[in-house]
Design a protein. Sequence first.
Length: 276
Amino acid sequence: MKHEEHLNRNLCLYFSIAFAFSWLFWIPQALVSTGSLQVPSVFAEFLFSPFNPAAFGPLVSAFSLTYASEGGKGVMNLLKRGVDYSFRKSWLIPIFLLFPVITGSALLLAVISGEALPQLSVLYNPLSVAVGFLYIFFLGGPFQEEWGWRGYALDRLQAKWNALVSSLVLGVIWGTWHLPLFFMSGTVQSQTPIWGFMILILCGTILFTWVYNNTGGSILAMMLLHTMNNLSFFMFPTLETTLGGLYLLILNIVFVTGIVATWGYKKLVRENKNRV
């Protein structure tokens, strides 16, 4: 009982700190974006710059709580998982191709349905893809978030529930964390209905758990997967089409259903096949 209470307390603290840190910066940004708040131009430039630290909430929360409960040794163990590449290398295939295939296929289906093909300038420029990858990895979510969502929260959730339930719980919380972004022009969220985004992030969280559990809990694998997920929207501007978002939802659901049916909902892992 004490262990479960400690687990629940750490999870509540983790999510509370992650939300508080991120929303402290995002809510003013959303209010400025909607015209509900007027601020000095210098502050507005900071809010809308790549150096706005809002997305670091999950990272700040994970490392703060890890240090508070486990000290420097715990922090070092967490950092090591961020460079852990000892997983089975065949998992690099879904890490780098899963989300581009889903997003690209959704765009292809939209074009086949009669829609005009959007400009694919990023996809046709390898340098843009490489630069976009590095920018997204460090400043577009993966580095800021994955130390926390998967590195801290997912293991603790899976100590309470099976992999599928843990993913659904984390997905709802992760999706809710993004809410201020729906009120900021230019974000992916602003182009997506909230209900559609929540379905996508629930499916995405299950796919993340699948890869996470099969790579031995590698945070590096999660950061790479997260990067490819975000990058795929720039490579394939599916949301610029009318039907692309619908096809994206359908394909995500199909992929998740197939993976859960094949790998099992309890662990999303085939025993003894997750490491080299």
